[in-house]
Design a protein around this ligand. Structure first.
Ligand SMILES: Nc1ncnc2c1ncn2[C@@H]1O[C@H](COP(=O)(O)OP(=O)(O)O)[C@@H](O)[C@H]1O
Ligand SMILES: O=P(O)(O)OC[C@H]1O[C@](O)(COP(=O)(O)O)[C@@H](O)[C@@H]1O
Length: 380
C-alpha cells in the first residue's frame, strides 16, 4: 500500500498539486485537524519497502451517516481539497462514490448552516474521486490483482514450504487456514502453488460427501508413496448449505477415519504483514500514478473511476460498475448460486479452479496401471 501512497504523493507534487495525507481512512476525514496533513516529497521517502500503510486505516461508521459526511466535507473544503484518491476494498469505494454523489447537497447544507462561505460553495462545487483497490483477498471484480494480494501469497507459500519439511519427515497431514472471509482466491492459488491435496473455498463449496472424497483423496496420495498431505482451508470456507467448515472439523474427519497424524496451522495476520513483494510495489507505483492522472483529466461530467490491472496494463474503469459486480458475487453466494459466484469472480478465478481440479484428480487405479506398465517396459 505504501508504494501507492508514495506514487500518489509524488505524482501529485510533480504535476504541481498540493497533496494531503488523510490519516486513518474516513475517520481522519471526518475528524479533520491533525489527521489531514500536507504531504511533502520527502514524506514518502523510504516507505516503499514497509508493510501496511504509513497513513493508517480505520473502519468508520460515522462516515456512513449524513452527519459524518458533513464533517468530512467541511474538512475538505477548509483545506481546499478537490480531488481524492481512495485506496480500499468495495466498502471504501462504495463510500467514496456515495460521498461524491452527496457532495453538492452536503455543500448546500454547510452553506445554509453558515459553515462555509458562498465563495467556497462555488469554488468547491465539484469533487473528483479515483479509486485504487487494496486488499490481500484479491476479491474485487475488474482487476486481475489487488494491491497486497501477491505479498500475502508469498508469505503463505513460504509458510507451506516450511511446514512441508515437518510434514514430510513425520508423515503428517497439515491443514492450513488462510485468510479470505468471503473470497477463496488466496486459498485456491495457494493450493495450486503449494501442491495441496484438497482445498476449501467459499465460492465453490465442497460436495456434500466431502468427508468421503477428502479421505479417499488423502489415502490415494499416501498409497502412491506420498509422505505428507496438505489441505488448504479459506477462513470463510462453507459447505453447499452455506454452513462454515472449520479446520477443526476437517481434522476430526481425517483423524476419525484415517488415523493420520494431523496438525492445524492458522496463519492469521502473519499473511498481512511483512515487506511487500516486488510485484505489489510496482503495482502500487503504477496504479497510484494512473489515479492521479485520472483526477487531473476528470471533468464535472466524468464518472469516478477505479484503476485496475488488466493483463499488464493499468486501466481506468467506472468505479461503481466494478463495485456492483463485486457485490453481485456476494449476492450469488448468499443465494447459494455457486456456479454464478465462480463465474462472476472472473475468468481467471474459474480457470484456476479448473486447473487445480485437473491437477489433483489423479485416480489411484490409473496410476497403478501406468506404473505397472512402465515397470514392465523397464524389465525388457
Ligand atoms: N455505503 C457506504 N456509504 C458510506 N461509507 C461507506 C459505505 N460502505 C462503506 N463505507 C465506509 O468505508 C469504510 C471501509 O469499508 P469496509 O467494508 O469496512 O472495508 P473495505 O474498503 O476493505 O471493503 C467503512 O468503515 C465506512 O466508513
Ligand atoms: O483484521 P481482521 O478484521 O480480522 O480482518 C481479517 C479479514 O480481512 C481480510 O484479511 C481482508 O483484508 P483486506 O481486504 O484489508 O486486505 C480477510 O481475508 C479477513 O477475513
Amino acid at each position: 500500500m505504501n508504494a501507492a501512497v508514495r506514487s500518489v504523493v509524488r505524482m501529485g507534487i510533480y504535476l504541481g498539486c498540493k497533496v494531503y495525507f488523510i490519516k486513518e481512512g474516513y475517520q481522519g476525514m471526518v475528524d479533520g485537524g491533525k489527521h489531514i496533513e500536507e504531504a511533502r516529497w520527502s514524506s514518502v521517502s523510504s516507505i516503499i519497502h514497509k508493510g501496511g500503510t504509513i497513513i493508517g486505516s480505520a473502519r468508520c461508521k460515522e462516515f456512513i451517516t449524513r452527519e459524518g459526511q458533513l464533517k468530512a466535507a467541511k474538512n475538505l473544503v477548509d483545506k481546499g481539497i478537490t480531488d481524492i484518491v481512495v485506496i480500499g476494498g468495495d466498502g471504501s469505494l462504495t463510500g467514496a462514490n456515495a460521498f461524491r454523489r452527496s457532495w453538492a447537497s452536503l455543500l448546500d447544507e454547510l452553506l445554509t448552516k453558515n459553515l462555509i462561505t458562498q465563495d467556497q460553495r462555488k469554488k468547491y462545487n465539484h469533487l473528483n474521486i479515483a479509486g485504487l483497490v487494496g486488499s490481500i483477498d484479491n476479491d474485487f471484480c475488474g482487476t486481475d490483482m489487488t494491491i497486497g494480494s501477491d505479498s500475502a501469497l508469498h508469505r503463505i507459500i513460504e509458510a507451506i514450504d516450511a511446514i512441508a519439511y515437518t510434514a514430510y519427515s513425520h508423515q503428517r497431514t497439515f491443514i492450513m487456514e488462510v485468510m479470505g472471509r468471503h473470497c477463496g482466491y488466496l486459498a485456491l492459488v495457494t493450493a495450486l502453488a503449494g501442491e495441496a491435496d484438497y482445498v476449501f473455498v467459499p465460492e465453490d463449496p465442497v460436495p456434500v460427501d466431502w468427508h468421503q472424497q477428502l479421505c479417499s483423496k488423502l489415502s490415494q496420495e499416501r498409497a502412491t508413496g506420498q509422505r505428507l498431505n496438505i489441505i488448504i482451508v479459506a477462513e470463510g470456507a462453507i459447505d453447499r448449505k452455506g454452513q462454515p467448515i472449520t479446520a477443526q472439523q476437517i481434522r476430526k474427519v481425517i483423524v476419525d477415519n484415517l488415523h493420520q497424524d494431523t496438525r492445524i496451522t492458522v496463519l492469521g495476520h502473519v499473511q498481512r504483514g511483512g515487506s511487500p513483494s516486488a510485484f505489489d510495489r510496482i503495482l502500487g507505483c503504477r496504479m497510484g500514478a494512473e489515479a492521479v492522472m485520472a483526477l487531473m483529466e476528470a471533468t464535472e461530467e466524468s464518472e469516478p473511476v477505479v484503476v485496475t490491472l488488466n493483463g499488464n496494463q493499468a486501466v481506468r474503469i467506472p468505479l461503481m460498475e466494478s463495485v456492483k459486480r463485486t457485490q453481485a458475487v456476494a449476492q450469488a453466494m448468499k443465494e447459494k448460486k455457486w456456479e454464478l459466484a465462480v463465474e462472476l469472480r472472473g475468468y481467471s478465478f474459474g480457470r484456476n479452479l479448473q486447473t487445480y481440479k485437473m491437477l489433483t484428480s489423479c485416480r489411484i487405479e490409473r496410476l497403478l496401471i501406468w506404473e505397472k506398465f512402465t515397470n514392465l517396459q523397464n524389465a525388457y
